[in-house]
Ligand binder design. Sequence first.
Ligand code: ZN
Length: 277
Amino acid sequence: MRSLLLPGALFATLAAAAPQDSRVPGGIAVLSFPGLPKTEVQALYQGKPVFIDEDRSGARRFIVGIPLAATPGAAGVLVVNARTGESLDVVAFAIQDKKYPEQHITLPADSKHVSPGAEELARYGREAAEQQAVYRIFSEGGKPWPDFIMPTPGEANASFGRKRFFNGEARAPHLGMDIAAPEGQVIVAPAEGVVAQTGDYFFNGRTVMIDHGQGLVSMLCHMQEIRVKAGDKLKQGDIVGLVGKTGRATGPHLHWTVSLNDARIDPLLVLPASAQP
Ligand SMILES: [Zn+2]
């Protein structure tokens, strides 16, 4: 109730504080420059173009996705003249360390998802490359950072970044949010965008990838049914499919990955506090 004592406009700003500035591996650095002249600049982090917009006060912002594999310590964004490519500045920021929990899972050793054969590994390689290509799309257009909602209601544990071990063997960390939901429940676009890719993948099952612009991408996995096709323009809340358990899933749930400048980041950080599970 205390927040009701704040002036309405200020409360609205606090409640909508997304994306959240969290400079850790798997997080987001929101770098604001109130005085930066509005010249045509491009910002690069680890050689990849960065999301640029303006905050509510009109200040230029760079919104940088920090990969889970990033080393804590000094980091920098290179600012270049968008027309000439000339280097203008380096914006320094620091990445803090963050420890993510471990998860040990025991699965039947003969399960094809635990010990994939050569054919399955080849298939996985092709599919990973296909998804990688979408993460590297950088569609211009100068649109501001979009608002996000949960793509489907349900309980979401803090599953992002979990270090996973299958039968004692270290595997790739968990790069998204798992939302427990019944099979057949509607999944919607968490923010406006364009369907960049759909597929039926070995690990991810039936999957939809949405390009929200400027290197910001959502991937929604394990669907029972896909209801969109590549090229479809989506508004926030448009139906994209139904919750399922296709691919490597022990039960029905939605896996939601958010990628920014080709770094998979914690989806909680793009949700305003009011929209968090
Ligand atoms: Zn998952």
